[in-house]
Design a protein around this ligand. Structure first.
Ligand code: NAD
Length: 370
């Protein structure tokens, strides 16, 4: 396939990120089909037409059903709020399109399962927006662990903190409602943390969790206050196959933290650590190299694929939007090569199962197993 027509639904934070990835992917990686920007959908219609002009799409519509049945569209991006993902993704798959869907997959586990079933029925390719795992530093960490650079992983910790809900006066939004957002911090950020767990440690075999809603009401912009129906903070303790233990703590109310996905893997012969706020740096300590040396900083560069496809210089730094280009390349390779993209709806469903498992364990106060 030399060309692929795309349709983009939503033009907010993630819509722009997908649009940039579509524009850049062929220029960065030569080995993917050429992309035709066909149809863009947003509401209202004048926003859709203005954004189609800005992003370079041929047509615009305010009706997403028109987009998913457009014969010129082969691949549909779903970048709308969580509650719209299920219907849009299933309709696109049923119309014979491949789907690139933002995380979390859906509001409920049943909805995510319906999306997985639709993908399997349609035999189309899917990818969920777990951009952080595509960082060359993370792919290098995965390789170092597999090569035994720190020995056998025995313990894992991950913190994922932001402060967009830290202010008690921050206004009430759809993100506070179960029917529009589904889970709280678990659906927004915990699922990204679990995508890291998937790549670095594999699937936990059991977990026990607790949750906290720090601000149970928030001021509504029109006056009065609205209830916060989902969690601000979630913490979980994991057991992995082979005896390793892990810890997760994630908060949307952590003042000063902007995108702190900070993890450490403790091995029998060393330790590796990473923080997404310095996304081009991995820290490695190996026991045989002398305690006085401390942690070594591995700065991302062309030795860590696919960094070199973007630029030849070590230390010149990739950014958030570049990770989305790498994620898209994997989807396109899946479409052309007829293989499953790494974060397809099957993997996405496994991650949904884990975040809903954390929620269930915290609600019931008992251990939970996938
Ligand atoms: P946003 O509010 O910035 O954008 C949502 C867009 O959807 C807007 O352009 C809105 O007009 C449009 N929209 C709403 N209803 C629509 C409809 N019926 N038809 C067509 N368009 C419609 O939101 P966002 O921050 O981009 O979040 C969107 C999704 O992306 C969410 O699921 C969120 O969890 C996810 N997200 C992922 C990441 C990541 O790192 N992968 C980061 C942020 C958000």
């Amino acid at each position: 396939m030399e060309e692929l027509g795309v349709g983009l639904i939503g033009t907010g934070y993630m819509g722009k990120c997908h649009a940039l990835a579509y524009r850049n992917v062929k220029a960065v990686f030569g080995d993917v089909p050429r992309i035709r920007l066909e149809t863009l959908c947003d509401v209202p219609a004048d926003r859709a037409s203005a954004m189609a002009d800005q992003f370079g799409f041929a047509r615009s519509t305010a009706d997403w059903r028109e987009l998913v049945t457009d014969p010129k569209v082969d691949l549909v991006s779903v970048t709308t709020p969580n509650g719209l993902h299920r219907d849009m993704a299933i309709a696109a798959l049923e119309a014979g399109k491949h789907v690139w869907c933002e995380k979390p997959m859906a509001l409920t586990l049943d909805d995510a399962k319906a999306m997985l079933d639709a993908a399997e029925r349609a035999h189309k390719k899917t990818q969920v927006g777990y951009n952080y795992i595509w960082n060359p530093a993370i792919l290098h960490a995965e390789k170092l662990i597999a090569d035994g650079a720190i020995g056998k992983p025995v313990h894992f910790r991950i913190l994922y903190d932001e402060d967009f809900q830290a202010d008690p006066e921050a206004p009430w939004t759809w993100r506070c409602l179960k029917k529009d957002a589904g889970l709280g911090v678990l659906g927004d950020m915990g699922c990204h943390a679990m995508s890291m767990v998937e790549v670095l440690m594999g699937q936990p075999e059991a977990l026990i969790a607790d949750m906290q809603t720090i601000y149970t009401t928030r001021p509504k912009p029109e006056g009065g206050s609205g209830e916060v129906e989902n969690e601000d903070v979630a913490s979980a303790l994991f057991r992995f196959e082979g005896g390793a233990q892990g810890l997760l703590s994630t908060s949307r109310c952590a003042w000063g933290r902007k995108n702190r996905i900070e993890w450490e893997v403790h091995g029998t012969h060393g330790q590796m650590t990473f923080n997404q706020e310095q996304l081009n740096e991995l820290k490695l300590f190996r026991s045989g190299e002398g305690a006085a040396q401390g942690f070594r900083t591995i700065l991302s560069g062309p030795d860590h694929p696919p960094f070199g496809d973007f630029m030849p210089g070590v230390g010149h730094q990739l950014g958030f939007n570049d990770l989305k280009v790498i994620e898209l390349r994997d989807l396109l390779r899946g479409i052309v090569g007829d293989r499953a993209p790494r974060m397809d709806f099957g993997t996405g469903y496994r991650i949904e199962n884990l975040i809903h498992g954390i929620h269930r364990s915290a609600t019931e106060g008992t251990w939970w197993s996938p």
